[in-house]
Write a protein that binds this ligand. Structure first.
Ligand code: FPP
Length: 278
């Protein structure tokens, strides 16, 4: 049967897209964008040139995700650690870049039906950046396609701490701590990501094998895909390659696959005397 190629994909993207099973696209993709500094260093350029080049990668990735119908994309743009441990000039540059990005990208986000959201401790960001963020969110609020969530001044541990505080505050408002109800669902409802399902696929660029304090609670069952491609070289084709790899994985959520259960039953592996030795 002839498959329809989504409008806007280039030839290379279309070729990879045709290998995908459209019924098994990851619903939520999260990306740790890494390698801007190394990209710049290899070209004998200042680090900020890598960040500037990284904007084109954001654009391409968002457009491709929107075009193929991924519902949720979350980008780790700026960690709390980045904020505290990088030179002030680099942090200032990143803030300016973000402000400019938001202003410039709104028309393209609207054209691609993308809605903007944010996670992170926003109140610690400069007031003018916050105003621009709010403006961009309002401008895209009616869009019904991809939800693009930018993680800004984000740290997963701070998010979990904030969730516990928020649960305790809610209980206090409801008559005291004896009304505190804690289970996984309750914690998830107090995280910054309450508007999102858990990521199915976590991509990290530039080859580092770390989670770097990103969505630690939410990535409990995410498939992790690490590519050596540096973020400023990452494009829609790389996103599609990551999805192709994701579709080869078998997701078990801690269980067994059908074949494994069948073999185990055949071999009588669940007999009490055998099971006791595991
Ligand atoms: C990590 O590279 C990247 C960042 C800290 C910033 C990410 C920002 C962008 C991709 C720019 C644009 C984004 C938006 C949303 C406007 P690194 O500097 O840690 O690289 P290195 O590990 O090679 O030094």
């Amino acid at each position: 049967m002839q498959r329809t190629i989504p409008a806007g994909l280039d030839r290379k993207e279309a070729a990879i897209f045709l290998q995908l099973d459209p019924a098994r696209l990851p619903r939520h993709i999260a990306i740790i964008m890494d390698g801007n500094g190394r990209w710049a260093r290899r070209r004998h350029m200042p680090r900020v040139a890598g960040h500037r080049a990284g904007v084109e990668s954001v654009r391409s990735t968002v457009e491709t995700a929107a075009r193929i119908g991924v519902p949720w994309l979350t980008l780790y743009a700026f960690s709390e650690e980045n904020w505290k441990k990088r030179p002030k000039t680099e942090v200032g540059f990143l803030m300016k870049l973000l402000g400019r990005f938001l202003k410039q990208e709104v028309p393209a986000l609207n054209k691609n039906n993308v809605r903007l959201e944010y996670i992170g401790r926003r109140h610690e960001l400069p007031a003018d950046v916050n105003e621009r963020m709010e403006w961009a969110r309002a401008e895209t609020a009616k869009n019904t396609g991809l939800v693009l969530t930018l993680a800004l001044n984000y740290s997963a541990r701070s998010e979990i701490v904030d969730a516990f505080r928020s649960m305790a505050d809610a209980a206090a408002r409801n008559g005291g701590l004896s009304h505190l109800h804690v289970d996984e669902e309750a914690v998830a409802q107090h995280l910054y990501t309450r508007h999102l399902p858990d990521p199915d696929l976590l991509i990290r660029t530039s080859g580092e094998m770390r989670l770097s304090n990103f969505l630690l609670w939410q990535c409990a069952y995410a498939e992790i895909y690490v590519t050596s491609t540096l973020w400023p070289d990452f494009r829609g084709t790389h996103l599609l390659e990551a999805i192709a790899e994701y579709q080869k994985r078998e997701r078990r959520y801690g269980g067994l696959n059908e074949d494994r259960i069948h073999d185990a039953v055949e071999d009588n592996e669940f007999a009490p005397h055998k099971a006791a030795h595991r």
